[in-house]
Design a protein around this ligand. Structure first.
Ligand code: ADP
Ligand code: MG
Length: 452
């Protein structure tokens, strides 16, 4: 029987719905439809490019798995933009970008608002050590756009640290406050594509018009201007930049590196960026990570206890997108297996999904952590002595090695003074009994693990 893409996709949606937070599902999936299907390719219809990018970036793995499960074969996934969902008043040569009308009128969203992610607001942005400057500068730009101290505002920093979030918050807040009328928000990729398109269609004048007729231009991820041979794009960007700035229009840019290090970017652009403010975003400290996780859980209406939150904040240190990913994985796990999210569950899930990012904890690290906790020397754990306190610490260390590293019993035994694998089994049983008798003992073990 021929496969019907609409039916297949709606079955997939039923599964996906169970895996992710309701709000996330409603935001990103309810507007999707099965587009077409062939032996090798499945096309998902989405309302616009932004949806396609977002799904691609955040959910492609999950979609792939679910499709594999439904179809019983691997397919390539592509996204199709639904024609009818494009604003009818907009000419087809302007498929992307964001142009706000003078004011949001009544309940209706401004044209093109779907290109901005509703959640990327200042309200949802947690301010911490690493992003204070970028945040403050962003607010300043909203309050007085076009002031030369912050023009351009260049926000730079590593991946997943909130650059896009801030850039979009500037757009949303500026509209809300009415400090500017026309905003255009694009990625440098979109800018490039539109420029190329305008050349092909012989509409470069219109392109210039579109980009110069705004009060605020936000270009996300300018590092892509350095890709391949984009001299002409850089040139047109340069002239756009100058025209806007001369007219006191605000420019906001984001980059994954400090512009000086963007090899392939024109010198004259780099020097112009220095006219404004370069604000960096650094990875969040522990407190900020906890605050972000709390905010995220609260927003999605989840109850994750503080112990689990601090566990995640401890494990995932570099990147906010991964913090969010951890929360989503936990949710998926909890809803699939209908269990509460305990630290144990969190450890298990994170071990699976974030293997690479996790600190590598091996036998040696665990032995050191246990020895330190009990005020013993590491050597004693491997020594022949049967002194009660040493024997117990040794058992705990063996148990933890087994739990955390999943090494073979034999190997663990050998690393404790050449002991037998049955000794390790015995140790594990003994510690399990201790936990049974006194569940709070698990807390001690967690503490030791944290210090490893
Ligand atoms: P970047 O553009 O720097 O790669 P994003 O802006 O896409 O990073 O941020 C990644 C994710 O982390 C987004 O979902 C964003 O909402 C979230 N995020 C980043 N910084 C913060 C913050 N300070 N507070 C709350 N959420 C944040
Ligand atoms: Mg980004």
């Amino acid at each position: 029987m021929a496969e019907d893409p609409i039916v297949v996709w709606s079955q997939c949606l039923d599964i996906i719905k169970e895996m992710i937070p309701r709000q996330t599902y409603e935001t990103w999936f309810t507007k999707t439809r099965g587009g077409s299907i062939s032996q090798d390719v499945f096309t998902i219809q989405v309302p616009n490019q932004f949806f396609a990018d977002w799904l691609e970036e955040h959910y492609i793995e999950r979609i792939r798995q679910v499709l594999l499960r439904q179809l019983g074969r691997e397919v390539m996934i592509t996204f199709g933009i639904k024609e009818e969902s494009k604003p009818p008043a907009q000419p087809p040569t302007r498929p992307t970008g964001y142009v706000a009308p003078p004011r949001p009128s009544g309940q209706k969203k401004p044209v093109g608002l779907e290109n901005l992610y509703d959640d990327y607001t200042f309200d949802n942005f947690v301010v911490g050590d690493g992003n204070q400057l970028a945040h403050a500068a962003s607010l300043a730009v909203v309050d007085s756009p076009g002031k030369s101290t912050f023009n351009p505002l260049v926000i730079y920093g590593g991946v997943g640290l909130g650059k896009t979030h801030l850039a979009q918050a500037i757009a949303q807040q500026s509209i809300r406050q009415g400090t500017v009328e026309r905003i255009r928000y694009v990625s440098s990729e979109q800018f490039t594509q539109e420029f190329i398109h305008s050349i092909q269609e012989k509409k470069t004048k219109e392109f210039d018009q579109t980009y110069r007729n705004v009060d605020m231009l936000i270009v996300d991820d300018i590092q892509f201007f350095c890709r391949g041979n984009r001299d002409r794009t850089q040139e047109v960007f340069f002239y756009t930049f100058d025209a806007l700035r001369q007219n006191g229009k605000q420019i906001v840019l984001t980059s994954d590196r400090i512009p000086q290090e963007l090899s392939g970017l024109e010198e004259r652009l780099i020097s112009r960026f220095n006219w404004g403010l370069l604000a960096d975003i650094r990875p969040p400290d522990y407190e900020t990570r906890v605050a972000i996780l709390q905010k995220k859980a609260e927003k999605d209406g989840l109850s994750i206890n503080t112990e689990v939150i601090s566990f995640i904040a401890d494990q995932i240190t570099s990147n906010i997108r991964e913090l969010e990913g951890a929360v989503l994985s936990l949710l998926a796990h909890a809803s699939l297996y209908r269990c509460d999210i305990t630290t144990e569950v969190a450890r298990e899930v994170l071990r699976k999904s974030f293997k690479r990012q996790q600190k590598e904890i091996g036998i040696e690290e665990l032995q050191e952590a246990v020895a330190k906790h009990y005020g013993l020397s590491v050597e004693l754990l491997s020594a022949k002595t049967r002194r009660a306190e040493v024997a117990q610490a040794r058992q705990i260390a063996m148990y933890m090695c087994r739990q955390v590293t999943r090494e073979a019993l034999k190997k663990i035994g050998s690393r404790f003074g050449g002991r037998d694998h049955t000794t390790v089994i015995h140790a594990c049983q003994a510690v399990e009994e201790m936990i049974d008798r006194d569940p709070s003992f698990q807390g001690v073990l967690d503490q030791i693990l944290k210090s490893a």
